[in-house]
Structure formats: C-alpha cells, structure tokens
Design a protein around this ligand. Structure first.
Ligand code: PNW
Length: 494
C-alpha cells in the first residue's frame, strides 16, 4: 500500500552525488496516466450516458481540431487487454485511470446504475491487481454527465451533492480493491477553460465569474467526497484520497523587479494555491486572490467581490481534506506584472500577471503551450514542501507531446523525461521533498482535448487510421521500462 516511502530522505551511502547513479526511494510508484474520455471510446456503448465532452465534440464548428471526437479514440473500452499488455511491458507498479461517471451512472445520479460500466471497471481493476499493478483512480477527469450540466453543471450546488453520491457509489463498489483515489482532475483547467473562456467542455463563457463559481463548487464537492470516505469507508478500506492539482512553475521576468516577483507569486497563487490553500491549509482562498479580486470587482462596479466566500462551517469542512499531494506538472513561465485597467471582468485580468515563454526553452512539438523546463518541477516540489507542510507528493502527470505524425524513435523526448527524473532526484535527495511516485502522461497516444489526435503524449504510439488501433512502444517506453526495472536512471555509458 502506498503510504509513506519507506526509505529515509537522507543521502544514501552509495550515492556519490552523481545523480546518474542515485536510486529512487524503495517502493517508489512508477506509473502512467490516462483518462476515460481520452482513451475509452464506446461513447454510447452498453447504456453509457452522454458526457459534456460527447456533446462538445459532436457540435460542429472546429471546437476540436478537425472536428475530431473521442467516440472511438483508443477504444480501451473494448481493447483493455491491449492496454494491459502495455502496462505489463513497461513494468509499471501503478496505473492511473479515470472512471467515466456517465458510463456508471448514465444520468449522473445513483437512481440508475449501468451494470455494464461497473463490470468494465471491475475487469480493469481486477486484472491490474492480478498483475501486481496498483490502481490509482480518478473519479472525475473533465467528463461531467450531460444531464448534470443541463442543470447548471459545476455552477450549481446540486452538482456538489451529485458528486458526493457518485463518490460514495464508487468507494462502495470499487474501494475494497482501490486504495488510491483522486476526486477531481485539474479543477483549475475545468474552471478556467470550461466555465470562463469556454475553450473546453462545457464551453461556458462567463469571464470574471464562471471560473470562480465552478471552482467554488468543485472544492466543496471534493471536500464532501473526502469526508464520505473518511467517515464511511476509511476504517474498513484503508485507502487515501486526494485531488490532482496542476500548476506551472513561475519565475519573475525581471528577476530583480519586486513587481514581477509579486506577479510570479500571484501566478501560482491563482492556480495551485487557489485549491491547495483551502484544501491543505485553512479552508479558505489565498489572501492574494481575495484581495485582488475584491479590489478589481469594486473598481468594476460590482457590489461585492466576484470571488464567492466560504461560510465558517464550509471552511471547517474543507480544511485538511487531502491524504497526500497530487501534482500535474508540465511547464514553467516567466511572469511580468501587468496593470489591468480594462473594465471587463476576467480571472486573468484579476491576476495582473502576464506570462511569457523564454525563447531559449525548447517547446514540445505537439503542444505550443508546453515549454520544456525540467528544473521548474524541482522548484515547484520545493514550494509545495515548504508551503503545504511537507506532504507526500505523487507527480500524477508529466509528459511531452509530439505532433502527428510522430516518429517511434523519440530520443529527444526521452531526454526531456531523463532531465525531469534527474530534477526529481535532486528534489528528493537535496531538497528533502517526499516524492512518492511519478506518472507519465500518458500510457497511450489519445484524444488530446481540443487538439484531437494532432498531439501525441503516449509512451505507446496508437495508429488511429488502423481499425485494430495497434499500440507500439516509442523509444521512450523502452527507456522508461529500464528505469522502472532498475529503480534508477541508467548511466549513459553503462
Ligand atoms: C492535462 N495547459 O491537462 C490533463 O489532465 C490531461 O487530460 C491532458 O491530456 C494533459 O494535461 C496534456 O494536456 C492540461 O494549458 C490541459 O497548461 C491544459 C494545460 C495543462 C494541462
């Protein structure tokens, strides 16, 4: 069971500070991650209800690259055995996947349970365990049941209750075997891209209010689910529950400019801390968010802050509702202070920080936003250690995309992984950060949201033109297998 890593964090005697030779801690979790909508296909198979991503991708208008959809994608709903082969080939100790809420509960409520959906996930979980692979299960990865969105989605308190009931159902149904749970994947991305800019499903454009309101409800939903686990299931099941938070690392554009230094802090304040401060610290939003949004709302003529408030009871309920820290890290930004005088409300305006990518940083070929900055992860890990009371941290996503068509020999990309793993070793052995595991995004090339199939994040290549959807390892998969088998980076010359 994944609790604390069993090794101490001091320098092992055999580590001569050549990080090429240092081992990862014993029991280190080596994983890969996926999510239901991105890999399963079978969008309406066997009684599955539609999710907001089914609706969003089916709407014409180039919301997704070339109007592609996740209708079939890797077809993991029917080809699970193929995925299992990939997992076994890598020698993963852990596999992170998500449950499709509307495959289990077609209208989002526990009023009707789709047994075929339960059977599917039972097969996945049982075969992982039979192969000594620990499942890490995300309850919700962007694919809200459409029926719930029709009643307000994450802007409505009703979704908080529905999520808690769904979580209860999942803990009851799968919790005898699943011991590592994540409630929500990247509430930041859901809030900002789903309910503020509308770039992702459900495509709501409510700048200045949509992100804050939806995030408010997601934090409450997470806390409710954690309490359900804590009160009803923990004693018997003995698992751990957290939430997967994404964050960039941020550096001031002008290192000596106090304004840029503050803006860099706000970049993290308005992303990671937005969720981590209430959940890990005090049940409330970061002070910097409260003061900025309140001042900006006032300037814009609002009677009160556009950031909702938690009641004292809610704060008590939210505080301390995570059993470990789950971090998704992809990139780093340089941040400039930027005055926002415009009257139009927007969450990015509230932050008064402009993000710039250093032109010297390489960019992953499949994602224009993904500047490759491995050392940013070390800084972020240290920040989490110092800010959130030295938690156990699982890096639940990290990866680098290639554009389609992608060569199987992706040695350059493997170099990015290697450099990243070296930074994790520094975090563990030099900074004393308690990193308990690392999960590559993603096991397979898959439906990369608005980029469709043009952006390939997989350790395994999937040929989407071939009806059999064959999975073939990239060089990165072969190299990752060696790292996992040895529990350390291999010396380049050895
Ligand atoms: C994550 N950004 O999303 C998700 O958890 C995955 O489903 C996704 O496939 C993966 O990262 C790669 O994109 C993100 O714009 C989406 O910074 C957007 C951003 C970061 C993460």
């Amino acid at each position: 069971m994944a609790s604390t890593p069993s090794t101490t964090l001091a320098t092992p005697a055999y580590c001569n500070w050549n990080l090429e030779d240092a081992s990862f801690p014993e029991q280190f979790a080596w994983g890969a991650s996926t999510s239901a909508y991105q890999i399963e296909g079978g969008w309406d198979a066997d009684g599955k209800g539609p999710s907001i991503w089914d609706t969003f991708a089916h709407q014409a208008g180039e919301r997704v690259f070339e109007n592609q959809t996740g209708d079939v994608t890797c077809s993991s709903y029917t080809l699970w055995e193929e995925d299992l082969k990939c997992i076994k080939q890598l020698g993963l100790t852990h596999y992170r996947f998500s449950l499709s809420w509307s495959r289990l509960l077609p209208d989002g409520t526990t009023g009707f349970v789709n047994q075929k959906g339960v059977d599917y996930y039972n097969t996945v979980i049982d075969s992982l365990l039979a192969n000594k692979v620990t499942p890490m299960v995300t309850l919700y990865h962007f694919d809200l049941p459409q029926c719930l969105e029709d009643r307000g989605g994450w802007r409505s308190g009703a979704t908080v209750e529905a999520f808690d009931a769904y979580a209860h159902f999942c803990f009851r149904t799968f919790g005898d075997r699943v011991k590592l749970w994540l409630t929500i994947n990247e509430p930041y991305v859901i809030a900002e891209l789903g309910y503020e800019t509308g770039i992702m499903a459900p495509g709501i454009k409510e700048p200045g209010t949509g992100a804050y309101l939806s995030a408010h409800n997601m934090i409450k939903a997470h806390a409710a689910a954690w309490h359900t686990y804590d009160e009803v299931f923990r004693k018997q099941q003995g698992g751990l529950v957290s939430i997967a938070l994404n964050s960039d690392w941020a550096e001031p554009f002008h290192p000596n400019s106090p304004a840029d230094q503050e803006a860099a802090k706000r970049h993290i304040g308005f992303c990671l801390d937005w969720f981590a401060t209430p959940i890990f610290m005090n049940g409330d939003y970061p002070v910097v968010m409260k003061s900025k949004i309140s001042a900006m709302s006032k300037k814009q003529g609002y009677p009160s802050s556009r950031l909702p408030e938690f009641t004292p009871e809610e704060k008590m309920t939210i505080k301390g509702t995570a059993d470990f820290f789950a971090l998704n890290y992809y990139t780093t930004r340089k941040i400039k202070h930027q005055d926002y005088a415009c009257g139009q409300p927007s969450s990015t305006g509230d932050k008064e920080a402009e993000q710039v990518t250093d032109p010297s940083w390489p960019v992953a070929t499949g994602s224009s936003w993904l500047a490759v900055v491995p050392w940013g992860l070390r800084h972020l890990l240290k920040y989490i250690k110092d800010t959130y009371n030295h938690p156990i941290i699982y890096i639940t996503e990290n990866g680098f995309s290639q554009s389609d068509p992608a060569p199987l020999d992706d040695s350059r990309r493997w170099e990015y992984f290697r450099l990243t793993l070296q930074e994790i070793l520094k975090a563990i052995y030099i900074d004393d950060v308690r990193v308990a595991g690392y999960f590559v995004w993603s096991l397979l090339d898959n439906f990369e949201w608005t980029c469709g199939y043009s952006s390939r994040f997989g350790l395994f290549h999937v040929d989407f033109e071939n009806a059999a959807l064959p999975r073939v390892p990239y060089t990165s998969a072969i190299e990752y297998t060696k790292v996992i088998a040895n529990n350390r980076l291999m010396n380049l010359h050895g």
